[in-house]
Structures are given as C-alpha cells and as structure tokens.
Design a protein around this ligand. Sequence first.
Ligand code: A3P
Length: 297
Amino acid sequence: MDLNDAKTHELVTHRGFKLIHGTHDPDDVDQIYNLEIRDSDVFVVTYPKSGTIWMQQILLLLEAKGDLTTINHLNNHSNADLIPWIEVNGNRQMFITAPSPRLRVTHLQLHFMPSALSQKGKVIYVARNPKDVLVSYFYFHKLANMLETPKDFNDFFEKFIRGDVFGGSWFEHVKTWYSHKNDMDMLFITYEEMIKDLQSAVERISLFLGKELTDEQLANVVKHSTFNNMKKIPQANYEQVPGDLLSHHQGTFMRKGTVGDWKNHFTAAQNERFDKVFHREMENFPLAFNWDIMDIN
Ligand code: A3P
C-alpha cells in the first residue's frame, strides 16, 4: 500500500505485523530494534485489550509507593502519557534521552523489540483470554477514531480470527512472546490471574521489579488499581483524551473489566468456530486460559 494514500484508520502490513497508518511510522518502528537498553528499563508487552492500562496503573503506583496523589495524574497526564507506547510516532526519540527508570508499553511483536533486551532490562507480558480480548477490542474499535468502526460483530469476529487488526494475530502474539520468555528477564502473567487475586499479582510484580514496599504501601497499590477505583480516575480511564481520538459518547475505556463477557456476545456457532481455531493454533501451548468468572472465584 502506498502510505500517502492510506486513510488514518487504515492498517499497514509491515514485516508480518499490522501497524496503524498515522499512528505508527514503519521506518521509525524498525529503529526500535537498535535502541540501547538500561538495566532499569521495563517494557509491558500486551496484545491490545489485555490489560495494558491496568499494568500502567500498577507500575505507576509501585513507583509512587502506593501514593496516588504523587502520580503526575494531577497535571492531567494520562497513564499513556506517563508510561508511553514505544511504537507510537515520536516516542522512540523521547525514550533515548528519558531519565531512568524508563517504563514503556508496547503491542509490538518480538522481532521489532530492542535486541539488547536479551541482556538488560525487564519485560512484563500480560495475556488475556482471546474471547474477552475480541469483545473488548470490538467495543474499542467503536470508541477509537484511529481504528475502523466495525461493520457488525460478526465482521469484526472474522477479522480478529484472521489477525486483520492492529496487533495482528492474537495467537501468534501470545505464542511467540511466551516461547521466548527465557531469552530475557520476563514475568508472564494473565489478566485472569490479576482478576482472581490482585494482591498476589501486585506482590509478584513488585518482587519481579525488585521494589521494596511496606504491606501498607502494597495495599494502597492494590486499592488504587481495582477496576472500580480506576474508573473514577479520569486519567486512568482516558476521559481527558481529546474527542478527535476517542469518541467518548460511544462508551468508556474502562468498560466491564471482567472475565467471560464473550458469553454475552458470541453465538453458539461463533463459539464453536472460535474453539476450533483456538485448539488448532494453541495445541502445543502449555498454559490454560480461564474463560469464565465462575472458574476463577
Ligand atoms: P473490557 O473492555 O473487557 O472492560 P487495554 O488497556 O490493554 O486496552 O485493556 C483494556 C481492558 O482492560 C478493558 O477491558 C478494561 O476495562 C480492562 N481493565 C482496565 N483496568 C482494569 C482493572 N483495574 N480491572 C479489570 N479490568 C481492567
């Protein structure tokens, strides 16, 4: 595709991955690979809609020792301003000169990431069951103006299965990152584990990052990163993001925050089709996903 002809919401296929025209510049994304990495760098890696903003909130709170009032939210900075996407236009340059610790998020596939991550820095990969990811992504496509509004649920369902969305194939993303987890210092955690026991998840993340917080400080990290509390913080719910980027009348970013909402959306036929693809794609994947809130509590 000629980039000059692309519309803002059009996807650009670049080295086996889908980027968003206008949001990402393929040449710039290619330079991420050569970035120098510091020991204190942390990358949160997610397929879209898997809990990125949640992990941003937890990392910000761990840095702030649980004190919400010291997070720069007060200056109207959103979670994404404070822990930016490395792949979004202009952000790579900022990363080079940023003070430590450099906390970043990314939806990129492994082959774009700094090669030096095998020696230095840390990675937190958050995976979420793909049926809930699909539903969350469907609603996000309605909200986000840089993404094409889906024709209907079934049309989006097929696109997701084909990997014809920003982030590419969910199956490839999770499989690739997981299979390289021992090639770098990585914590692999699931959204469902975080839903099941946020306290334990926060303790694991804190330990992984080598943080030393008191029990009270850790309890505050947990308190300010629950769904209900985050929903009340405009900067953690992207409420202050301008209307040209998010159509706020279409819904809220913090939508349901649960496990199993796919059951309210998938038809029996869609579910059967999804299960078939899932079993084919994930046949040799060693971890099981939780599909229902009832399996968790
Ligand atoms: P839903 O649309 O299913 O509600 P991302 O930040 O990667 O785009 O992921 C967004 C999804 O994570 C949304 O899912 C959002 O509600 C959910 N989420 C964000 N913070 C959460 C929290 N504290 N607890 C549970 N879910 C959360």
